[in-house]
Design a protein around this ligand. Structure first.
Ligand SMILES: Cc1cc2nc3c(=O)[nH]c(=O)nc-3n(C[C@H](O)[C@H](O)[C@H](O)COP(=O)(O)OP(=O)(O)OC[C@H]3O[C@@H](n4cnc5c(N)ncnc54)[C@H](O)[C@@H]3O)c2cc1C
Length: 388
């Protein structure tokens, strides 16, 4: 087992770190407190070739690997935690699932703006009655001429107010096999956004309402039978959430370490107290262990699509390590850490969200247990199962 990065990976890492220090260090705090998407960062990243890292060169990408994108994400987050969301949008998010299955016509129509950092795509899966039980989603597409009519609604879509195109999971027929996805463009007739709500991390989301929205055939991404493919793509998005959670934990660790080396109480620096030393020891173990699991998930995936089991294990470990480290680092920094003058409290709020978003910790554990026992465990009550 080789635990070292290659020369090429190290040099890519360095180049992203230099980009982040030059372009993102200034304004990092203000960006975290701005609920809207930082478009200026998107354009700079796109110009630097940091959008579409995993996309093939013929599609306008850099032809890199999932591991390359993970390394880039870490370097960005260590300097500007909020900017890591921008890298997510340009590499891991809805765009990545879309890119995996897009037709040549869809690539031609959408990729240019997405890769130039002029537009972002959002993923709309969750519905009021279909959260963890995603396959219970009800938004449906019914045939209309060559195309379809979309009816239903979504909640919790990140970047609702800034996205130009929405990758909407919907139903073409009954059961899990009836689920596919379509592209809905902002401003389409019958597509309406509700009033913005705020997440604890400061970002907003709006409910999405689809009232007989016409979906032309060229805006269908995956028809019925597409659900498993979509989740395979979504596992890459999960790696993005996983990486950001861990990287924000590491960001806080570094801030707290510098603070503990200089802050004096009772005539000594904080790092001389064993109670504080042990916090750092526990954080270091959790962060390092989680990073190994993350790198394993990123490097083992065939064709850039990691295994569901590897991702579930990595997400569970990184979500917990990231949040624990952010929270403990804040504690080490006392009132300074709790203040909104620093990014620690933002990182605590942000890492907390990833324990729910993209598949909660509990759902990850369900998935891991299925891998352990080599069988699926229905979460539905026996009577509903018997009734079919
Ligand atoms: C910051 C953030 C960003 C998000 N971004 C998006 C987005 O861009 N697009 C999108 O579509 N959605 C998004 N979501 C929604 C997210 O995917 C859902 O919140 C998540 O899937 C959980 O669904 P729920 O909130 O309905 O909770 P529920 O499904 O109601 O679950 C509530 C609790 O019960 C637990 N639970 C449920 N079922 C089980 C079970 N079988 N076994 C054990 N425990 C269980 C859950 O783990 C959770 O703790 C986002 C959420 C957050 C917090």
């Amino acid at each position: 087992m080789d635990f070292d990065l290659t020369e090429e990976q190290r040099s890519f890492q360095d180049s992203v770190r230099v980009f982040a220090e030059r372009n993102l260090a200034e304004g990092a705090l203000a960006r975290a407190h701005d609920e809207r998407f930082p478009w200026d960062v998107a354009r700079k990243m796109a110009e630097a070739g940091l959008f579409g890292i995993m996309l093939p060169e013929e599609d306008g990408g850099a032809g890199g690997s999932l591991m390359d994108a993970v390394l880039a994400m870490e370097q960005i987050a260590y300097v500007c935690p909020r900017s890591a969301d921008v890298l997510q949008a340009g590499n891991f998010g809805a765009f990545r699932t879309f890119a995996e299955y897009a037709t040549p016509d869809q690539k031609q129509r959408f990729f240019g703006r997405l890769l130039r950092g002029e537009a972002i795509a959002a993923v709309s899966m969750t519905e009021p009655e279909a959260g963890s039980a995603l396959t219970e989603l009800k938004s449906s597409c019914t045939p209309d001429g060559d195309g379809y009519r979309l009816n239903g609604g979504k909640v919790f879509t990140s970047n609702t107010e800034d996205a130009e195109v929405f990758l909407v999971y919907c139903r073409f027929g009954p059961g899990t096999d009836g689920i596919g996805s379509v592209l809905v463009e902002r401003g389409q007739e019958g597509f309406r956004l509700g009033a913005p709500s705020h997440y604890m991390n400061g970002e907003t989301w709006c409910a999405l309402y689809f009232d007989n929205v016409y979906i032309p055939p060229e805006n269908v991404l995956l028809k019925e039978g597409g659900f498993r493919k979509q989740i395979a793509g979504f596992n890459v998005e999960r790696v993005g959430n996983t990486t950001r959670a861990l990287a924000l934990g590491e960001y806080c660790f570094r801030q707290a370490k510098a603070h503990a080396e200089t802050r004096r109480q009772f005539g000594r620096t904080l790092n001389e107290f064993q109670g504080i030393q042990w916090k750092f020891a526990e954080m270091r173990v959790a962060l390092d262990a989680a990073q190994l699991l993350l790198y394993r998930a990123a490097t083992r995936g065939a064709n850039g699509l990691p295994s569901a089991q590897d991702v579930a294990i990595a997400k569970f470990a990184c979500n917990q390590a990231g949040w624990m480290s952010a929270n403990e680092s804040l504690q080490v920094m006392g009132g300074t850490g709790y203040s909104t003058d620093l990014l620690l409290e933002y990182c605590v709020r942000k890492t907390r969200g990833w324990m729910i978003a993209g598949g909660s910790l509990e759902i990850m554990k369900n998935r891991i247990a299925e891998g352990v026992f080599g069988r699926s465990f229905s979460q539905r009550p026996p009577r509903a199962r018997d009734a079919g």
